[in-house]
Design a protein around this ligand. Structure first.
Ligand SMILES: Cc1cc2nc3c(=O)[nH]c(=O)nc-3n(C[C@H](O)[C@H](O)[C@H](O)COP(=O)(O)OP(=O)(O)OC[C@H]3O[C@@H](n4cnc5c(N)ncnc54)[C@H](O)[C@@H]3O)c2cc1C
Length: 410
Protein backbone atom coordinates (compact mmCIF):
# COMPACT_ATOMS: atom_id res chain seq x y z
CA UNK A 1 0.00 0.00 0.00
CA UNK A 2 1.36 3.42 -0.96
CA UNK A 3 1.86 5.98 1.86
CA UNK A 4 -0.80 8.30 0.41
CA UNK A 5 -3.34 5.49 0.34
CA UNK A 6 -2.43 4.41 3.88
CA UNK A 7 -3.16 7.92 5.14
CA UNK A 8 -6.28 8.75 3.10
CA UNK A 9 -7.73 5.28 2.42
CA UNK A 10 -8.32 6.44 -1.16
CA UNK A 11 -7.52 3.91 -3.88
CA UNK A 12 -6.76 4.65 -7.54
CA UNK A 13 -9.80 2.79 -8.79
CA UNK A 14 -13.13 1.36 -7.67
CA UNK A 15 -14.74 -1.07 -10.08
CA UNK A 16 -18.45 -1.57 -9.45
CA UNK A 17 -19.65 -4.97 -10.68
CA UNK A 18 -17.72 -8.22 -10.87
CA UNK A 19 -19.13 -9.60 -14.13
CA UNK A 20 -17.05 -10.18 -17.26
CA UNK A 21 -16.37 -6.46 -17.84
CA UNK A 22 -15.49 -5.68 -14.20
CA UNK A 23 -13.33 -8.79 -13.76
CA UNK A 24 -11.29 -7.99 -16.86
CA UNK A 25 -10.98 -4.34 -15.76
CA UNK A 26 -9.65 -5.57 -12.41
CA UNK A 27 -7.07 -7.78 -14.17
CA UNK A 28 -5.87 -4.85 -16.27
CA UNK A 29 -5.71 -2.63 -13.16
CA UNK A 30 -3.64 -5.33 -11.45
CA UNK A 31 -1.26 -5.53 -14.39
CA UNK A 32 -0.90 -1.75 -14.38
CA UNK A 33 0.02 -1.75 -10.68
CA UNK A 34 -2.99 0.32 -9.61
CA UNK A 35 -4.53 0.16 -6.16
CA UNK A 36 -8.12 -0.90 -6.68
CA UNK A 37 -11.17 -2.66 -5.29
CA UNK A 38 -13.77 -4.69 -7.12
CA UNK A 39 -17.18 -4.16 -5.52
CA UNK A 40 -19.60 -7.01 -6.17
CA UNK A 41 -23.20 -7.17 -5.02
CA UNK A 42 -23.40 -10.98 -4.92
CA UNK A 43 -21.42 -13.44 -2.81
CA UNK A 44 -19.44 -14.52 -5.89
CA UNK A 45 -18.29 -12.91 -9.12
CA UNK A 46 -19.02 -13.79 -12.75
CA UNK A 47 -22.35 -15.55 -12.23
CA UNK A 48 -23.53 -14.69 -15.73
CA UNK A 49 -20.16 -15.65 -17.16
CA UNK A 50 -20.77 -19.19 -15.84
CA UNK A 51 -23.87 -19.47 -18.05
CA UNK A 52 -22.24 -18.27 -21.25
CA UNK A 53 -21.91 -20.46 -24.31
CA UNK A 54 -24.08 -23.14 -22.63
CA UNK A 55 -21.50 -23.35 -19.84
CA UNK A 56 -18.57 -23.39 -22.29
CA UNK A 57 -18.09 -19.59 -22.55
CA UNK A 58 -17.68 -18.24 -26.06
CA UNK A 59 -15.29 -15.65 -24.70
CA UNK A 60 -14.16 -13.90 -27.88
CA UNK A 61 -14.78 -13.54 -31.53
CA UNK A 62 -11.46 -13.40 -33.30
CA UNK A 63 -12.55 -11.21 -36.23
CA UNK A 64 -10.49 -8.07 -36.80
CA UNK A 65 -11.86 -4.76 -35.55
CA UNK A 66 -13.17 -3.44 -38.92
CA UNK A 67 -15.25 -6.62 -39.35
CA UNK A 68 -16.42 -6.63 -35.73
CA UNK A 69 -17.74 -3.11 -36.07
CA UNK A 70 -20.86 -4.22 -37.94
CA UNK A 71 -21.87 -6.70 -35.22
CA UNK A 72 -23.19 -4.22 -32.64
CA UNK A 73 -26.45 -2.94 -34.15
CA UNK A 74 -25.23 0.54 -35.06
CA UNK A 75 -22.99 1.01 -32.01
CA UNK A 76 -19.84 -0.36 -33.65
CA UNK A 77 -18.56 3.18 -34.26
CA UNK A 78 -18.62 3.93 -30.55
CA UNK A 79 -16.82 0.66 -29.76
CA UNK A 80 -14.32 0.90 -32.59
CA UNK A 81 -11.46 2.62 -30.70
CA UNK A 82 -11.74 -0.03 -27.96
CA UNK A 83 -11.82 -2.91 -30.45
CA UNK A 84 -8.98 -1.45 -32.52
CA UNK A 85 -6.69 -0.62 -29.59
CA UNK A 86 -7.10 -4.04 -27.94
CA UNK A 87 -8.19 -6.35 -30.76
CA UNK A 88 -9.43 -9.87 -30.01
CA UNK A 89 -6.06 -11.30 -31.11
CA UNK A 90 -4.41 -9.38 -28.24
CA UNK A 91 -7.18 -10.35 -25.82
CA UNK A 92 -6.59 -13.98 -26.89
CA UNK A 93 -2.87 -13.64 -26.09
CA UNK A 94 -3.65 -11.98 -22.74
CA UNK A 95 -5.96 -14.80 -21.70
CA UNK A 96 -3.53 -17.52 -22.78
CA UNK A 97 -0.29 -15.93 -21.55
CA UNK A 98 -1.26 -13.82 -18.56
CA UNK A 99 -4.32 -15.66 -17.21
CA UNK A 100 -2.71 -18.94 -18.30
CA UNK A 101 -5.91 -20.32 -19.80
CA UNK A 102 -5.63 -22.22 -23.08
CA UNK A 103 -8.14 -21.28 -25.76
CA UNK A 104 -9.39 -22.88 -28.95
CA UNK A 105 -11.07 -21.55 -32.08
CA UNK A 106 -14.31 -23.00 -33.45
CA UNK A 107 -16.40 -22.08 -36.51
CA UNK A 108 -17.14 -18.44 -37.31
CA UNK A 109 -14.06 -17.24 -35.37
CA UNK A 110 -15.60 -18.18 -32.01
CA UNK A 111 -13.13 -18.71 -29.15
CA UNK A 112 -13.71 -21.02 -26.16
CA UNK A 113 -11.50 -22.28 -23.35
CA UNK A 114 -9.92 -25.64 -24.32
CA UNK A 115 -11.36 -27.15 -21.14
CA UNK A 116 -14.88 -26.31 -22.36
CA UNK A 117 -15.71 -24.87 -18.94
CA UNK A 118 -16.89 -21.30 -18.32
CA UNK A 119 -16.01 -21.86 -14.66
CA UNK A 120 -12.32 -22.06 -15.61
CA UNK A 121 -12.55 -18.58 -17.15
CA UNK A 122 -14.19 -17.13 -14.04
CA UNK A 123 -11.73 -18.86 -11.72
CA UNK A 124 -8.69 -17.73 -13.72
CA UNK A 125 -9.90 -14.12 -13.56
CA UNK A 126 -10.63 -14.18 -9.82
CA UNK A 127 -7.36 -15.92 -9.04
CA UNK A 128 -5.37 -13.32 -11.04
CA UNK A 129 -7.16 -10.44 -9.30
CA UNK A 130 -6.81 -11.96 -5.81
CA UNK A 131 -9.69 -12.38 -3.37
CA UNK A 132 -8.25 -9.60 -1.16
CA UNK A 133 -9.08 -7.05 -3.83
CA UNK A 134 -12.75 -8.04 -4.03
CA UNK A 135 -15.49 -6.85 -1.65
CA UNK A 136 -18.42 -9.26 -1.93
CA UNK A 137 -22.03 -8.56 -0.92
CA UNK A 138 -21.33 -4.88 -1.62
CA UNK A 139 -24.36 -3.56 -3.49
CA UNK A 140 -23.52 -0.01 -4.55
CA UNK A 141 -26.55 2.22 -4.13
CA UNK A 142 -24.98 5.63 -4.32
CA UNK A 143 -22.12 7.19 -6.19
CA UNK A 144 -20.94 10.74 -5.54
CA UNK A 145 -17.92 12.92 -6.30
CA UNK A 146 -16.57 15.60 -3.97
CA UNK A 147 -15.03 18.95 -4.92
CA UNK A 148 -11.54 17.47 -5.18
CA UNK A 149 -12.75 14.81 -7.62
CA UNK A 150 -12.73 11.89 -5.18
CA UNK A 151 -15.54 9.37 -5.61
CA UNK A 152 -17.44 7.78 -2.74
CA UNK A 153 -19.37 4.59 -3.31
CA UNK A 154 -21.88 3.61 -0.63
CA UNK A 155 -23.33 0.14 -0.28
CA UNK A 156 -26.90 -0.78 0.62
CA UNK A 157 -25.76 -1.64 4.17
CA UNK A 158 -23.90 1.65 4.64
CA UNK A 159 -20.31 0.62 3.89
CA UNK A 160 -18.16 3.03 1.89
CA UNK A 161 -15.23 3.01 -0.52
CA UNK A 162 -13.29 6.07 -1.73
CA UNK A 163 -11.56 6.17 -5.09
CA UNK A 164 -9.89 8.53 -7.56
CA UNK A 165 -11.60 6.79 -10.46
CA UNK A 166 -14.69 4.66 -10.92
CA UNK A 167 -15.49 2.04 -13.53
CA UNK A 168 -19.18 1.22 -13.62
CA UNK A 169 -19.57 -2.37 -14.85
CA UNK A 170 -22.91 -3.34 -13.34
CA UNK A 171 -24.38 -5.00 -16.45
CA UNK A 172 -27.85 -4.85 -17.99
CA UNK A 173 -31.04 -6.36 -16.60
CA UNK A 174 -31.36 -9.78 -18.15
CA UNK A 175 -30.96 -12.93 -16.03
CA UNK A 176 -31.39 -10.80 -12.85
CA UNK A 177 -30.57 -13.79 -10.60
CA UNK A 178 -26.96 -13.44 -11.74
CA UNK A 179 -26.85 -9.98 -10.14
CA UNK A 180 -27.50 -7.67 -13.07
CA UNK A 181 -30.91 -6.29 -12.25
CA UNK A 182 -30.79 -2.76 -13.62
CA UNK A 183 -28.75 -0.96 -10.90
CA UNK A 184 -26.56 0.47 -13.67
CA UNK A 185 -29.40 2.66 -14.79
CA UNK A 186 -30.27 3.97 -11.32
CA UNK A 187 -26.63 4.81 -10.56
CA UNK A 188 -26.08 6.51 -13.94
CA UNK A 189 -29.38 8.38 -13.73
CA UNK A 190 -28.47 9.69 -10.29
CA UNK A 191 -25.51 11.42 -11.96
CA UNK A 192 -27.66 12.83 -14.76
CA UNK A 193 -27.00 10.35 -17.60
CA UNK A 194 -29.71 9.40 -20.09
CA UNK A 195 -30.99 5.82 -20.26
CA UNK A 196 -32.16 4.30 -23.54
CA UNK A 197 -35.15 2.15 -22.48
CA UNK A 198 -33.87 -1.40 -21.93
CA UNK A 199 -35.40 -4.28 -23.86
CA UNK A 200 -34.63 -7.92 -24.59
CA UNK A 201 -32.07 -8.88 -27.22
CA UNK A 202 -31.08 -12.46 -28.07
CA UNK A 203 -34.25 -13.87 -26.54
CA UNK A 204 -36.86 -16.56 -27.25
CA UNK A 205 -40.20 -15.40 -28.66
CA UNK A 206 -43.63 -16.52 -27.47
CA UNK A 207 -46.20 -16.89 -30.22
CA UNK A 208 -50.00 -16.79 -30.43
CA UNK A 209 -51.83 -20.05 -31.00
CA UNK A 210 -48.87 -22.28 -30.12
CA UNK A 211 -51.21 -24.91 -28.61
CA UNK A 212 -53.04 -25.28 -31.94
CA UNK A 213 -49.83 -25.69 -33.90
CA UNK A 214 -49.15 -29.33 -34.63
CA UNK A 215 -45.36 -29.11 -34.38
CA UNK A 216 -43.69 -30.81 -31.38
CA UNK A 217 -41.72 -28.78 -28.80
CA UNK A 218 -38.06 -29.66 -29.04
CA UNK A 219 -37.97 -29.78 -32.85
CA UNK A 220 -34.92 -27.98 -34.29
CA UNK A 221 -35.01 -26.98 -37.94
CA UNK A 222 -31.56 -26.26 -39.30
CA UNK A 223 -30.59 -23.41 -41.64
CA UNK A 224 -33.81 -21.36 -41.62
CA UNK A 225 -34.31 -17.80 -42.80
CA UNK A 226 -36.31 -15.74 -40.27
CA UNK A 227 -37.84 -12.37 -41.13
CA UNK A 228 -39.81 -9.62 -39.46
CA UNK A 229 -42.23 -8.25 -42.00
CA UNK A 230 -44.67 -5.37 -42.07
CA UNK A 231 -46.95 -5.81 -45.06
CA UNK A 232 -44.59 -6.53 -47.95
CA UNK A 233 -41.66 -4.83 -46.23
CA UNK A 234 -38.88 -6.90 -44.63
CA UNK A 235 -37.73 -5.03 -41.50
CA UNK A 236 -35.02 -7.49 -40.48
CA UNK A 237 -33.74 -10.90 -41.48
CA UNK A 238 -31.53 -13.55 -39.89
CA UNK A 239 -30.32 -17.05 -40.80
CA UNK A 240 -29.72 -20.08 -38.60
CA UNK A 241 -31.41 -22.85 -36.66
CA UNK A 242 -34.92 -22.47 -35.21
CA UNK A 243 -36.11 -24.39 -32.15
CA UNK A 244 -39.82 -24.93 -31.46
CA UNK A 245 -40.47 -24.57 -27.71
CA UNK A 246 -43.62 -25.30 -25.71
CA UNK A 247 -44.74 -21.66 -25.98
CA UNK A 248 -43.02 -20.33 -29.07
CA UNK A 249 -39.76 -20.18 -30.94
CA UNK A 250 -36.11 -20.06 -29.96
CA UNK A 251 -32.76 -21.00 -31.54
CA UNK A 252 -30.15 -18.62 -32.97
CA UNK A 253 -32.17 -17.30 -35.95
CA UNK A 254 -35.15 -16.30 -33.80
CA UNK A 255 -33.13 -15.05 -30.83
CA UNK A 256 -31.16 -12.80 -33.15
CA UNK A 257 -34.40 -11.34 -34.46
CA UNK A 258 -35.91 -10.77 -31.00
CA UNK A 259 -34.58 -7.25 -30.39
CA UNK A 260 -36.93 -6.09 -33.17
CA UNK A 261 -39.93 -8.08 -31.89
CA UNK A 262 -42.87 -6.64 -29.95
CA UNK A 263 -46.28 -8.04 -29.08
CA UNK A 264 -48.07 -8.42 -32.42
CA UNK A 265 -44.89 -8.57 -34.56
CA UNK A 266 -45.28 -10.94 -37.50
CA UNK A 267 -42.39 -13.39 -38.01
CA UNK A 268 -42.04 -15.40 -41.19
CA UNK A 269 -39.81 -18.47 -41.43
CA UNK A 270 -38.48 -20.17 -44.51
CA UNK A 271 -37.68 -23.56 -43.00
CA UNK A 272 -36.36 -25.04 -46.25
CA UNK A 273 -34.51 -22.27 -48.14
CA UNK A 274 -33.03 -24.72 -50.66
CA UNK A 275 -36.33 -26.44 -51.41
CA UNK A 276 -38.19 -25.01 -54.42
CA UNK A 277 -41.32 -26.17 -56.19
CA UNK A 278 -39.09 -27.39 -59.04
CA UNK A 279 -36.83 -29.45 -56.74
CA UNK A 280 -39.82 -30.98 -54.94
CA UNK A 281 -41.62 -31.78 -58.19
CA UNK A 282 -38.55 -33.48 -59.65
CA UNK A 283 -38.15 -35.58 -56.54
CA UNK A 284 -41.85 -36.57 -56.58
CA UNK A 285 -41.67 -37.47 -60.29
CA UNK A 286 -38.81 -39.86 -59.54
CA UNK A 287 -40.86 -41.72 -56.91
CA UNK A 288 -44.52 -41.71 -58.00
CA UNK A 289 -45.51 -44.60 -55.70
CA UNK A 290 -43.82 -43.17 -52.57
CA UNK A 291 -45.92 -41.38 -50.00
CA UNK A 292 -45.85 -37.59 -50.50
CA UNK A 293 -45.02 -37.04 -46.81
CA UNK A 294 -41.99 -39.34 -47.08
CA UNK A 295 -40.60 -37.41 -50.04
CA UNK A 296 -41.10 -34.16 -48.11
CA UNK A 297 -39.25 -35.61 -45.14
CA UNK A 298 -36.17 -36.18 -47.26
CA UNK A 299 -35.82 -32.36 -47.27
CA UNK A 300 -37.11 -31.40 -43.81
CA UNK A 301 -37.52 -33.13 -40.41
CA UNK A 302 -40.25 -35.80 -40.37
CA UNK A 303 -42.55 -34.02 -37.91
CA UNK A 304 -42.37 -30.83 -39.97
CA UNK A 305 -43.15 -32.82 -43.13
CA UNK A 306 -46.23 -34.25 -41.39
CA UNK A 307 -47.29 -30.75 -40.35
CA UNK A 308 -46.82 -29.44 -43.93
CA UNK A 309 -48.70 -32.35 -45.48
CA UNK A 310 -51.48 -31.75 -42.93
CA UNK A 311 -51.68 -28.07 -43.95
CA UNK A 312 -52.09 -29.09 -47.59
CA UNK A 313 -55.35 -30.89 -46.83
CA UNK A 314 -54.11 -34.17 -48.35
CA UNK A 315 -54.63 -37.52 -46.61
CA UNK A 316 -51.57 -38.76 -44.77
CA UNK A 317 -50.96 -41.73 -47.08
CA UNK A 318 -51.37 -39.99 -50.44
CA UNK A 319 -48.74 -41.02 -52.99
CA UNK A 320 -46.72 -38.59 -55.06
CA UNK A 321 -48.55 -39.64 -58.25
CA UNK A 322 -51.89 -38.66 -56.71
CA UNK A 323 -50.69 -35.39 -55.16
CA UNK A 324 -52.13 -32.41 -57.01
CA UNK A 325 -50.22 -29.23 -57.83
CA UNK A 326 -52.41 -27.36 -55.32
CA UNK A 327 -51.59 -29.80 -52.49
CA UNK A 328 -47.87 -29.66 -53.30
CA UNK A 329 -47.88 -25.83 -53.29
CA UNK A 330 -49.85 -25.59 -50.05
CA UNK A 331 -47.43 -27.97 -48.31
CA UNK A 332 -44.45 -26.03 -49.62
CA UNK A 333 -45.94 -22.73 -48.53
CA UNK A 334 -46.57 -24.08 -45.00
CA UNK A 335 -42.82 -24.61 -44.69
CA UNK A 336 -41.42 -21.73 -46.72
CA UNK A 337 -43.73 -18.94 -45.58
CA UNK A 338 -44.55 -20.20 -42.10
CA UNK A 339 -46.01 -17.15 -40.39
CA UNK A 340 -46.59 -16.56 -36.66
CA UNK A 341 -47.35 -13.58 -34.44
CA UNK A 342 -45.51 -12.72 -31.22
CA UNK A 343 -47.98 -12.92 -28.32
CA UNK A 344 -45.94 -10.57 -26.11
CA UNK A 345 -42.77 -8.49 -26.02
CA UNK A 346 -39.76 -10.82 -25.54
CA UNK A 347 -39.01 -11.23 -21.82
CA UNK A 348 -35.95 -9.27 -20.73
CA UNK A 349 -35.48 -11.65 -17.78
CA UNK A 350 -34.68 -14.57 -20.07
CA UNK A 351 -32.86 -12.59 -22.75
CA UNK A 352 -29.18 -13.37 -23.18
CA UNK A 353 -28.43 -9.67 -23.59
CA UNK A 354 -30.09 -6.34 -22.76
CA UNK A 355 -30.46 -3.87 -25.62
CA UNK A 356 -30.67 -0.24 -24.48
CA UNK A 357 -29.00 1.04 -21.33
CA UNK A 358 -26.75 3.98 -20.46
CA UNK A 359 -26.71 6.31 -23.47
CA UNK A 360 -23.24 6.35 -25.04
CA UNK A 361 -23.59 10.02 -26.01
CA UNK A 362 -22.48 10.98 -22.47
CA UNK A 363 -19.17 9.14 -22.94
CA UNK A 364 -16.00 9.51 -25.00
CA UNK A 365 -15.42 6.51 -27.25
CA UNK A 366 -11.65 7.10 -27.16
CA UNK A 367 -11.51 6.46 -23.39
CA UNK A 368 -14.92 5.03 -22.31
CA UNK A 369 -14.85 7.99 -19.90
CA UNK A 370 -17.63 10.41 -19.04
CA UNK A 371 -17.76 13.74 -20.86
CA UNK A 372 -18.95 15.47 -17.70
CA UNK A 373 -17.55 13.61 -14.68
CA UNK A 374 -13.78 13.31 -14.53
CA UNK A 375 -12.68 9.82 -13.50
CA UNK A 376 -15.95 8.03 -14.34
CA UNK A 377 -15.97 5.21 -16.92
CA UNK A 378 -18.74 2.85 -18.02
CA UNK A 379 -18.13 -0.51 -19.72
CA UNK A 380 -19.90 -3.74 -20.66
CA UNK A 381 -23.59 -4.39 -20.96
CA UNK A 382 -24.52 -1.41 -18.75
CA UNK A 383 -24.05 0.70 -21.89
CA UNK A 384 -26.57 0.95 -24.69
CA UNK A 385 -24.55 -1.52 -26.77
CA UNK A 386 -25.51 -5.10 -27.63
CA UNK A 387 -23.83 -7.47 -30.01
CA UNK A 388 -25.06 -10.36 -32.10
CA UNK A 389 -24.49 -13.94 -30.95
CA UNK A 390 -21.00 -15.45 -31.38
CA UNK A 391 -18.76 -14.06 -28.63
CA UNK A 392 -19.25 -10.42 -29.60
CA UNK A 393 -20.73 -9.31 -26.26
CA UNK A 394 -17.83 -10.61 -24.18
CA UNK A 395 -15.41 -9.23 -26.78
CA UNK A 396 -16.96 -5.79 -26.19
CA UNK A 397 -16.68 -6.19 -22.40
CA UNK A 398 -12.98 -7.06 -22.62
CA UNK A 399 -12.02 -4.35 -25.12
CA UNK A 400 -13.99 -1.71 -23.20
CA UNK A 401 -12.36 -2.75 -19.93
CA UNK A 402 -8.90 -2.50 -21.46
CA UNK A 403 -9.53 0.95 -22.94
CA UNK A 404 -11.03 2.34 -19.74
CA UNK A 405 -8.21 1.11 -17.50
CA UNK A 406 -5.62 2.18 -20.08
CA UNK A 407 -7.09 5.69 -20.11
CA UNK A 408 -6.70 6.20 -16.37
CA UNK A 409 -3.53 8.09 -15.50
CA UNK A 410 -1.82 7.12 -12.23
C1 LIG B 1 -27.36 -17.57 -20.91
C2 LIG B 1 -26.37 -16.57 -21.49
C3 LIG B 1 -25.39 -17.00 -22.37
C4 LIG B 1 -24.50 -16.08 -22.93
N1 LIG B 1 -23.50 -16.53 -23.73
C5 LIG B 1 -22.59 -15.64 -24.23
C6 LIG B 1 -21.45 -16.10 -24.96
O1 LIG B 1 -21.20 -17.30 -25.06
N2 LIG B 1 -20.62 -15.15 -25.48
C7 LIG B 1 -20.83 -13.80 -25.31
O2 LIG B 1 -20.06 -12.99 -25.83
N3 LIG B 1 -21.86 -13.35 -24.56
C8 LIG B 1 -22.72 -14.24 -24.01
N4 LIG B 1 -23.75 -13.78 -23.22
C9 LIG B 1 -23.82 -12.34 -22.92
C10 LIG B 1 -22.74 -11.97 -21.89
O3 LIG B 1 -22.75 -12.93 -20.87
C11 LIG B 1 -22.97 -10.58 -21.29
O4 LIG B 1 -23.09 -9.64 -22.32
C12 LIG B 1 -21.81 -10.20 -20.37
O5 LIG B 1 -21.62 -11.18 -19.36
C13 LIG B 1 -22.04 -8.85 -19.72
O6 LIG B 1 -21.01 -8.62 -18.83
P1 LIG B 1 -21.06 -7.37 -17.82
O7 LIG B 1 -19.86 -7.51 -16.97
O8 LIG B 1 -21.26 -6.11 -18.55
O9 LIG B 1 -22.37 -7.59 -16.96
P2 LIG B 1 -22.74 -8.83 -15.98
O10 LIG B 1 -22.06 -10.07 -16.38
O11 LIG B 1 -24.20 -8.82 -15.90
O12 LIG B 1 -22.08 -8.38 -14.61
C14 LIG B 1 -22.55 -7.32 -13.85
C15 LIG B 1 -22.07 -7.53 -12.44
O13 LIG B 1 -22.37 -6.39 -11.66
C16 LIG B 1 -22.90 -6.79 -10.41
N5 LIG B 1 -23.74 -5.70 -9.90
C17 LIG B 1 -24.93 -5.29 -10.40
N6 LIG B 1 -25.38 -4.24 -9.70
C18 LIG B 1 -24.45 -4.00 -8.74
C19 LIG B 1 -24.35 -3.03 -7.70
N7 LIG B 1 -25.29 -2.12 -7.48
N8 LIG B 1 -23.26 -3.05 -6.90
C20 LIG B 1 -22.27 -3.97 -7.07
N9 LIG B 1 -22.34 -4.92 -8.05
C21 LIG B 1 -23.41 -4.92 -8.88
C22 LIG B 1 -23.67 -8.05 -10.72
O14 LIG B 1 -23.90 -8.84 -9.58
C23 LIG B 1 -22.75 -8.72 -11.75
O15 LIG B 1 -21.78 -9.52 -11.13
C24 LIG B 1 -24.64 -14.69 -22.63
C25 LIG B 1 -25.61 -14.27 -21.73
C26 LIG B 1 -26.46 -15.20 -21.15
C27 LIG B 1 -27.50 -14.72 -20.16
Amino acid sequence: MRTEERITGIKDLGIIGGGAAGLFAACFACEKGMSFELLEKMSSCGNKLLLTGHGRCNILNLKAAPELKSCYHGKGNFLYPALASFPPSEAFAFIENVLVLKLTEEDNNRIFPVSGKARDVRDALVSFIGEDNIRYNFRAVSLSQDGSGIWTVTSEDGREGRYKNIILATGGMSFPKTGSSGDSYKLAQSLGYEIVPPKAALAPVRISGRDDLDIPAGLTVKGCIAKITEGDKVLSQTEGDVLFTHDGLSGPAVMELARGVKRGTVITLDMAPDLSDKVLTESMDQSPTRKFVNVLSSFIPGSLAEYAAGCSGASSDITCAKTTKDVRRKALSAVKTFTVTASQDPDIGTAYVTAGGIDVSGFDRKTMGSKTHKGLYVIGEALDIDGISGGYNLTACIAGARLAVGSIGI
